[in-house]
Design a protein around this ligand. Structure first.
Ligand SMILES: C[S@@+](CC[C@H](N)C(=O)[O-])C[C@H]1O[C@@H](n2cnc3c(N)ncnc32)[C@H](O)[C@@H]1O
Length: 380
């Protein structure tokens, strides 16, 4: 009985009545069946695991892969310092022109625009308008003055220039010492450059700033390390003298004016810099940034760029106004970059729509719409 029990324990119960060989066959079949059933279960289990666990993981990986490839392709053109770019350049495409929307506050821009209007009204008061004119010509109460001839009529560009220069000052501090410009007209761009390079300093308990200057002002005072502006202009308009006085009052000790043709006055200025060798002007005394907005012919603009490059530190910037594609000034930039190779890395903001009123109009709603462009480049 014990042996029979042991037998049944050793064999499947339904095999007890089969012959030995048949029993083996059945056992083998059973094993095969169990094996294939186990396989099926394993396959099903694997499928379930795949659907529930691996598949979502795979799709996440695909998304991350897509995202990182997107990030890395845009990272090629956007460094972290450029990520705050307010205006993207169109030339080269999707590059950034340094202007940062978080460089300056709305209040600063409001003040900037107020300053633009301030100098316009000052000039109008001195030179053109009587009170009667102002009543009859509403355009006088706007920034519309002398048409498209100055940046005060172009708030988007004024804001851009301000932010661009301001970010240079913030990033480089006292290294931005000298801004130079050809083309003053009514002094609007001059005000932008001077405002953007104004540096404040806190006083010590003796009311002295870092430079030892004493002031009773309650807030931070203007540092004498604020950058200087050197202006070259034909001086052909009477109102430029009025603008000059206004700017000297607003920014004492920071504005120097060289009247005359820039093709003569600028090389003279550069040749008067102290020399490090018999012929090389001291780099330290050169301009950090040079804005060119004078002669708008191809030949004149090209010569201005050549002279400005010599007057500007290596690695300094040239800013160029009125750079509409196809214009003489834009061709001059191309020649300086591609043929002369004296400046490089050109970046342009192109075709920004502005509305300009002209002084022969009496209705600002009838202002002319213009597309304007400007560029920057680095001195090589
Ligand atoms: C477009 S306006 C400058 C506007 C000014 N940058 C602004 O946005 O407020 C051009 C100025 O360049 C001056 N100009 C033109 N040709 C010049 C030259 N060869 N040398 C110096 N100044 C010149 C004109 O007298 C005029 O004042």
């Amino acid at each position: 009985m014990e042996a029979k029990k042991a037998f049944f324990l050793r064999r499947p119960f339904f095999c007890g009545y089969l012959s030995r060989s048949r029993r083996k066959e059945v056992q083998l079949q059973l094993l095969r069946m169990m094996f294939s059933a186990t396989n099926a279960i394993i396959v099903i289990l694997l499928l379930v695991i795949f659907i529930l666990v691996v598949s979502p993981l795979l799709s996440t990986t695909a998304e991350v892969g897509e995202l990182s490839s997107k990030t890395s392709s845009s990272a090629l053109s956007l460094s972290s310092s450029e990520a705050c770019c307010a205006v993207m350049c169109t030339t080269p495409p999707t590059s950034c022109c340094l202007a940062c929307s978080d460089t300056s506050s709305d209040r600063e821009h409001y003040l900037l625009m107020t300053a633009m209007e301030g100098i316009t009204h000052h000039i109008m008061d001195k030179h053109y308008a009587t009170n009667n004119d102002k009543q009859n010509m509403p355009w006088l109460a706007s920034r519309a003055w002398e048409g498209n001839s100055h940046i005060g009529n172009r708030p988007a560009q004024a804001t851009y220039y301000y932010d661009w220069i301001r970010s240079l000052v913030i990033n480089n501090g006292e290294a931005v010492e000298r801004i130079c410009e050809i083309g003053m007209n009514g002094g609007h761009s001059a005000i932008i450059f001077l405002a953007a390079t104004t540096r404040f300093t806190n006083k010590n308990k003796n009311n002295q700033d870092d430079d030892g200057v004493v002031s009773n002002s309650s807030s931070g005072i203007i540092s004498n390390k604020s950058a200087k502006l050197i202006m070259f202009d034909l001086d052909q308009y009477e109102y430029s003298t009025t603008a000059k006085k206004y700017i000297e009052t607003m920014f004492p000790g920071r504005f120097t004016y060289y009247p005359g043709n820039s093709l003569i006055t600028l090389p003279q200025w550069t040749s008067n810099l102290t020399k490090t060798t018999a012929t090389s002007p001291n780099e330290e005394e050169k301009c950090d940034v040079f804005s060119i907005d004078g002669d708008h012919s191809y030949e004149g603009a090209l010569q201005d760029i050549r002279n400005a490059a010599l007057a500007t530190k290596q690695g300094g910037y040239i800013i160029l106004d009125d750079m509409n594609p196809g214009s003489g000034t834009r061709k001059a930039l191309d020649t300086a970059v591609l043929v002369d190779k004296i400046i490089g890395q050109p970046k342009c903001v192109e075709n920004v729509l502005i509305k300009v009123g002209y002084n022969d109009r009496t209705d600002v709603t009838n202002a002319r719409s213009l597309l304007i462009s400007w560029c920057s480049a680095v001195v090589l």
